[in-house]
Design a protein around this ligand. Structure first.
Ligand SMILES: [Zn+2]
Length: 60
């Protein structure tokens, strides 16, 4: 019989760690970066462009 292990979501997150994902801000060419802080804990950070109007306190 098939005895395959169930898909593990943490493995998928591991694959995304330290990768830059485009998007995250409508006002600039931002990217998002997944960081692993601890086992099973991931943080997604948005990096804005230095010229981003959102960063400069102006919201459209
Ligand atoms: Zn931005």
């Amino acid at each position: 019989m098939n005895d395959r292990p169930a898909p593990r979501i943490p493995s998928m997150l591991n694959a995304m760690t330290c990768r830059r994902l485009p998007g995250g801000c409508d006002d600039c060419d931002a990217y998002q970066e997944m960081s692993r802080c601890a086992d099973g804990l991931y943080v997604l950070t948005v990096h804005h462009d230095p010229t981003c109007p959102y960063l400069n306190g102006r919201t459209a």
